[in-house]
Ligand binder design. Sequence first.
Ligand SMILES: [Zn+2]
Length: 254
Amino acid sequence: MQRFIRHALIVAGAAALSGCGALHSARMWFPSASGMDQITATLYVEPTMSAEQRRDLQHQIELGRAQAEAFYGSIITAPYFVTCVTTQCSVRFGSYGEPATAFGDMAIRLTLNGRLTQLVAHEWSHAELYRRAGGWRHIGQIPRWFDEGVAVVVANEALHSPANWQEIARRSLPTPPLTELVSRRDWAAAARQYVETRRDDPSNLRVVYSTAGHEVRAFVACTGSAGVGAVLDAVQAGESFGAAYARVGRECAH
Ligand SMILES: [Zn+2]
């Protein structure tokens, strides 16, 4: 029962993230009953996925996991993956255009595309951070910019690289202040305001994710990835995020 309540809370959180109805996301908890093929204990795929695609997917998941492990030092979550080939399948499992979503530390929805390793690393970072912050009791205290910024640093995608940040500065593009990227609702509103929703447009420099990545990259440059763990431990122990982030950043600067 407790597991069910936990699932329900995670589904509600994911629904709040995307603004979608919880009904579609609820299919994430019953992937077999929703028509997916189960190929390992933690991997469900759309039945039309070819044998070669399935092998490649498993390889990319391993690479993405290794990338997250290199950052966090260990992996303490074992989310299962629900992977779609078609847009129709992604929509059935709650996507509103985003290629991947983490559901707490329990599950990750993916859609096949050309940057799977980075997507897995990014979403697995969300799962690890969720668990390391203390799960649903504490995750609400972590500002969205920190959660996304850590995922950006872990995934290390060219889309959000330091060079991309320099280009944003060179073009003098407006960027959101961190104070406007605190809640999931803030994040979704900023993505709309800064037109970050045009995912495949090469002129979209993704200023929202890049702002979060830039902030956390500077923090991690000083503290190392251990600084992220120190902040999450402190939040789980009851310190406020703001106090913990400032303290860990200060301790490293001296
Ligand atoms: Zn993310």
